[in-house]
Design a protein around this ligand. Sequence first.
Ligand code: SAM
Length: 299
Amino acid sequence: MNYRHAYHAGNFADVLKHAVLLALVEALKLKPAPFCVIDTHAGSGCYALDGAEADKTGEYKDGIARLLFPDLHGGDAHAATLPALLRRWLDGILALPGNEHGLKLYPGSPLQAALAMRDSDSAQLCELHPEEAARLRELFRRDTRMHVHERNGYEALKALLPPEEKRGLVLIDPPYEAQEAEYRLIEQALKEALRRWPSGIYAVWYPIKRRSQVQPFLRWLSHCGAKRVLRAELLVHGDDSPLRLNGSGMAIINAPWQLDETLREPLRALARLLTQERPAEWTLDWLVAESAAAPAKPV
Ligand code: SAM
């Protein structure tokens, strides 16, 4: 377990992942009944963008920083004109204690969820690395909604599903240190999870290096038995080099009604703002669509 998210916090992949996470939490908040967020790979919860790790890679500069300072990158959109979802997402981050004088801290998925959740909602956070789990526990020591488990997130799903609330979302965001093996673990975990809790929302983040590495997983999703599976992808480089992260995607099983409409303009804006040496590309489509009017797309 060498992966540390502090090197990557706030990069273009986090921007996509966390904007989708906010859209999902907001969709759950449309009903008054409480919900549960289960984060299988939670990380440490909050990252210093002026820390040694973030400084070493500078990845956030081609991620969240481009949304805040588009002019520096020849961007044609000012942050003030961002789609409302992205505006709310950025405002939440900038309102974090510690960011009063500019962007210093980047919240990881558990803190992003905590910022958007209500008092009645709760979260189960799994993190296997002892130091990261200890930081996470410290972060939420006074927040009784947030429950931290230092354990394998795939294993924990068996005990945590279905949640008491019977409403909510599972975020699966592993490090993909061994890509093939990670996909098989995700498929296994999803298969079991869907059996225990067929109506849950499941959001899986995946990296895109070579397109061919992702295709088997997308095909698996198309045939996993779920009724609605939405895919949102953002590519900043060509998807043909195994040597770097070229883009990433979020696959959402049991996607809330109209999530595709909610994400369309934000994705379009992200592609414009996160463009590097060639125009970024985005994809938003149903891998499995419920209605006959919108047939599933073969992948
Ligand atoms: N979800 C976080 C976010 O968006 O801020 C980032 C998570 S990072 C990509 C992956 C994390 O999973 C790392 O902190 C790593 O230590 C942890 N990890 C790796 N294998 C795990 C497992 N089987 N169960 C739980 N955590 C794991």
